[in-house]
Design a protein. Sequence first.
Length: 407
Amino acid sequence: MRIRSENGKLIVPSDPEIVYIEGDGVGHEITDKMRAVLDSAVMRSYGRSRHIEWVEALAGGKAVEKTGSSLPEETLSLIKESLVAIKGPLMTPVGKGAMSLNVALRQSLDLYACVRPVKYFDGVPSPVRHPELVDMVVFRENTEDIYAGIEWPSGSDEARRVIAFLTEGMNVSRIRFPETSAIGIKPVSPDGSKRLIRSAIDYALCNRRKSVTLVHKGNIMKFTEGGFRAWGYEMARDEYGAEERDGRIVIPAGWGGVEIKDCICDAFLQNILIKPEAYDVIATLNLNGDYISDALAAEVGGIGIAPGGNINYMTGHAVFEATHGTAPDIAGKDIVNPLSMILSGALMLEYIGWDEAAALISGSVSKAIATGRVTRDFAVLMRKEGREAEELSTSAFAQSLISIIES
């Protein structure tokens, strides 16, 4: 049966239909393993009273082969109807005019919140001294900013017309090379910013988090990124009754006592190395969120272990995903780390309210890593640190997780 959304809340049957997209490159390997691990965790947690009905949809290379389109309308329709989906990585050519399939999915389904939890699993190799201090959830605005895809190449008629409008109609004099500049547009709105920040605040309140930090570059981009900051504080005051206490902006204890603060993006990227314990839930714009999410992931083991989901909390639509690329150089070799995809699956289970199965997966990942029986990427780094590690294939590691779950 299909998941429904009523008044902003999900109605999840005991046998929900969940759409999956294999993805390109290593996508086939990690998506297959994710499904097996989730099925095992659901069975262990709920017996036969619950199970997932997996429905495949096509996108990327597989879709081109079978339909001639990299993102068929049938795929979008299926996700719209089923509400919840999960996908492997999808390939998009660089600099050839093709919109990223990931961006296309987010735009088409208005998945305005990219949610990236970042937490350390004990034993994972890390380049920082105290990765255990990193425990954040990033809410990245997903539909505006430069990722809206509004741009024109250097020398094009469209770029020249936009530049002419700016220089002649708007008296803009700071385009250094107007004859050769490519031009892009950065839309940022109160509506888009507030719904993202609202989701971050609601998450912090529901999960007893201490603070929400608005990360921006408002000292330079005063009306877009500066607007994001200003609209966030405005909304916190108007909708949650936030008030100033000893120089801090705090939502009253009746709501949960969450502090609302902000940080300029470059300072934030420094601070997550120096004092990561100072931050909890992060709300930020699209480009900043891209950098921040990967920088934080590097502190706790890299994007190979980083989960992510793209969510519209108002309609209920959500697409969870592996956050890394297609890795064509190792595709088919059974050596890729499947944890980004598996932990994204756990995040998806949390989203539909199957918390017991999600927690079982996370706990099993912790136990698996603690044994030192890991995939090649982690094994190599563990040995560099002077630790013992047994290198497992993708298949063997997934089976090890399933064995832990079943035990």
